[in-house]
Design a protein around this ligand. Structure first.
Ligand code: KIV
Length: 273
């Protein structure tokens, strides 16, 4: 049975629950593998802009791009909960447009949507919940704010900023968000916000004490082709394995050793008599 937003909402490590495991995925095979590995949530993240489409930031993906990838992930029919990112500018221009865009992601196969920002987004969160769409929040180093932040910088490094992120997190919870991603903050801030909430936090670069963790597929598997951020743990080097396999294939083709007879279709008797 698919893990619902309602079931995720009550998962807190402080109550003895197991940490939530979330990973990004953008296509059918990766969603299938993630599900086979038993993750709890698959995030169709707007990080697709960076790791799949080759952009420097996430500001270049559209709702159509996201729907395309959500459809591919949903085709795997995962047991894991599928949450999709509302991309930049899809929830900033009014509640009606926000609901329409979130509904497009749901119709593509998402079971909930994630949006960035705290108190400033409460109207949109309420409208999405009124339309029966579960909402996950995202606070801290929110990548869609890269221009406003002046780069990808660790957030919540002052007491005022910690107070602000805590108020944002509480406001999202009180409005009805079922979980909140906390990204790029000192680990004590991850701990503090997690303790301040009754809903789960899912950390990325937020230390070990959040109620769950999320990593980007390409970072976790060594497929990103870039120096990983400090918080990334690489569990495989599939980039190197991929180059090695392709090099081997090229060698075999050039040497005339691929394909061999076992890899060719049999010739019908008398075909060229
Ligand atoms: O788009 C994404 O991959 C994300 C994660 C970094 C949480 O939002």
């Amino acid at each position: 049975m698919t893990l619902s937003a309602l079931a995720i909402r009550s998962r807190k490590r402080a109550r003895g629950d197991a940490p939530l495991v979330m990973v990004t995925a953008y296509d059918e095979p990766s969603a299938r593998y993630a599900d086979e590995a038993g993750v709890d949530l698959i995030l169709v993240g707007d990080s697709v802009a960076n790791v799949v489409m080759g952009h420097e930031d996430t500001l270049h993906v559209t709702v159509e791009d996201m729907c395309h990838h959500v459809r591919a992930v949903a085709a795997a029919r995962p047991t894991a909960h599928v949450v999709a990112d509302l991309p930049w500018l899809s929830y900033h221009l009014g509640v009606d447009e926000s609901v329409r865009n979130a509904a497009a992601l749901v119709r593509a196969g998402a079971q909930s949507v994630k949006l960035e920002g705290g108190r400033v987004r409460l109207g949109v969160v309420r409208a999405l919940l009124d339309a029966e769409i579960p909402v996950m929040g995202h606070l801290g180093l929110t990548p869609q704010s890269v221009l406003a932040f002046g780069g990808f910088k660790v957030q919540a490094k002052t007491r005022d900023a910690v107070e602000a992120i805590t108020l944002d997190a509480r406001a999202l919870q009180d409005e009805g968000a079922y979980a909140i991603v906390i990204e790029g903050v000192p680990s004590l801030v991850g701990t503090h916000v997690t303790q301040a909430l009754a809903i789960p936090t899912i950390g990325i670069g937020a230390g070990p004490d959040t109620d769950g963790q999320v990593l980007v597929w390409h970072d976790l598997l060594g497929l990103s082709g870039r120096t990983p951020a400090k918080f990334v743990r690489r569990y495989a080097d599939l980039g190197a394995a991929t180059v090695e396999a392709l090099r081997h294939y090229a060698e075999d083709v050039r040497a005339g050793t691929f394909p061999d007879e076992s890899e060719a279709y049999a010739n019908p008797d008398g075909l060229f008599d």
